[in-house]
Design a binder for this molecule. Structure first.
Ligand SMILES: C[S@@+](CC[C@H](N)C(=O)[O-])C[C@H]1O[C@@H](n2cnc3c(N)ncnc32)[C@H](O)[C@@H]1O
Length: 426
């Protein structure tokens, strides 16, 4: 079946209208004619995959990775056009769902559009002893796409993956199910994190993996035993963290810590947050979903007080360390969920409330709690425009959207990161 593509919609599907029915396919640019194979037919739409392109757009480029459709499906689109597509998606969705015109909305481009990831996690697939690395497609429980290299991560990360898998194969370390590598852009150090379900001795791992220490700038090797009964971290070699530095603040990022994956973009986002905080005159700042403290630690110099809220134990451990190594004395920590901590925190005279939730956004209850005791300014950092729009629908009756910026943290993928400044209506 041949269709003409109208537009690319969030999160990354190409849309066409045929006889009143919407067709979503996995690849195709506006005005292209593509041949598709329908995969699912519903009463009001069809899901399909593109077999080949019959009439090509001049915005098409050659993808670099063979497996790009699984993890970075925009690789076939020229980079400037990727940004335009993302900007249009946000503008269209804001106009459609919120009646808001975002005339000047822009997405700031990533300085590096390749090798920008400072972290990569792959699965180890065992096939009669000959193991391979694979990307676990998050959209499918059992879909593992074999990968020999990833152009979104640095050459150093790729080389360490290859060396590690070789050793795993040589020493038949079949208990290792996943490998994650974190890279510090500040020190160049690499942290190798191995995941499995078995309880192992650290000596066994350090003996077999000693070659890596001699040939790579390793900060450490950590094994994480992750089964139904327990989660245990074993440091096989060196440290269980890497170090980063942003705006003269030091950060220790643990083997299991959350940290943004594009350092260049993170610096730009933080500079924008910093500037907006300055315009709002600092005061007391709460940083909900604070992770290891990235935003609050940087803002602590001029704020009266920072209140950080985080639910993960691993992140809390490194948050405490980061407060200590930066000698910060005006930081209060709430360990637990933002939802539970919100009523207490909102009793404080907050000038700014920063929220940076996971993809599922703030839930309804959380928005209701915010609306009961509206802080003066809300800075909403979002990695999912759909949940952002859902939450703004609840918040906007009491807040004015002052400004919104986009950041291309994830070139070649449909993901969009945004920073929205909301000010309480008088
Ligand atoms: C998108 S990350 C943001 C982290 C931090 N702002 C940063 O940029 O490094 C979301 C964080 O929220 C934490 N988290 C998830 N659900 C939470 C909840 N209900 N309450 C508090 N923290 C939560 C996660 O552990 C994670 O650290």
């Amino acid at each position: 079946m041949q269709i003409k593509i109208e537009k690319v919609v969030y999160p990354g599907k190409s849309l066409s209208m045929q006889e009143g029915k919407v067709i979503f396919t996995d690849e195709g640019l506006p005005d292209e004619i593509v041949e598709i194979e329908p995969l699912k037919t519903k009463s009001n739409y069809i899901e399909a995959k593109t077999i080949h392109t019959i009439e090509q757009s001049d915005k098409r480029v050659m993808p670099r990775c063979n497996h790009y459709k699984a993890c970075s499906p925009y690789q076939y689109i020229n980079y400037d056009y990727q940004l335009l597509i993302k900007e249009k998606q946000i503008k269209d969705d804001f106009a459609h769902h919120l009646g808001q015109e975002l005339k000047n909305f822009k997405i700031k481009s990533s300085q590096n559009i390749w090798e920008y990831r400072n972290k990569l996690r792959l699965n180890v697939i065992w096939n009669n002893g000959a193991d391979t690395l694979a990307y676990h497609d998050p959209n499918y429980q059992n879909r593992f796409v074999p990968i020999d290299s990833c152009f979104l991560a640095s050459g150093k990360i790729n080389k360490l993956f290859i060396a590690t898998i070789k050793l795993i194969n040589e020493h038949i370390l079949q208990f290792i199910e996943e490998i994650e590598i974190k890279e510090s852009k500040y020190s160049g150090g690499l942290l190798l994190v191995l995941f499995g379900k078995q309880n192992i001795e650290h000596l066994r791992l350090s003996k077999h993996l000693a070659f890596l220490e001699e040939n790579f700038p390793l900060a450490g090797i950590v094994y994480i035993e992750n089964n139904e009964n327990r989660k245990k971290e074993i440091v096989a070699l060196g440290k269980n963290y890497i170090e980063e530095e942003i705006l003269n603040k030091k950060f220790h990022i643990g083997a299991q810590s959350f940290f943004q994956i594009n350092m260049g973009m993170l610096q730009i986002l933080i500079e924008d947050i910093n500037q907006t905080v300055r315009l709002c005159n600092f005061g007391i700042i709460a940083d909900l979903y604070c992770g290891i403290g990235t935003f609050g630690v940087i803002l602590s110099d001029k704020a009266i007080k920072i209140i950080g809220v985080e639910s993960s134990k691993e992140n809390i451990y490194f948050l405490k360390k980061n407060i200590k190594i930066n000698k910060i004395e005006n930081y209060d920590i709430y360990e637990g969920t933002s939802e539970d901590s919100a009523p207490k925190i909102l009793e404080e005279k907050l000038n700014i409330l920063i929220v940076d939730p996971p993809r599922k956004g703030l839930d309804r209850l959380m928005c209701q709690k915010l609306l009961k005791n509206c802080p003066k300014n809300i800075f909403y950092i979002s990695c999912n425009p759909s949940t952002l729009i859902r939450d703004l629908k609840m918040l906007l009756p009491k807040y004015k959207l002052v400004k919104m910026h986009g950041y291309d943290f994830f070139p070649h993928t449909p993901h969009i990161e945004t920073f929205t400044h909301l000010a309480r209506k008088q």
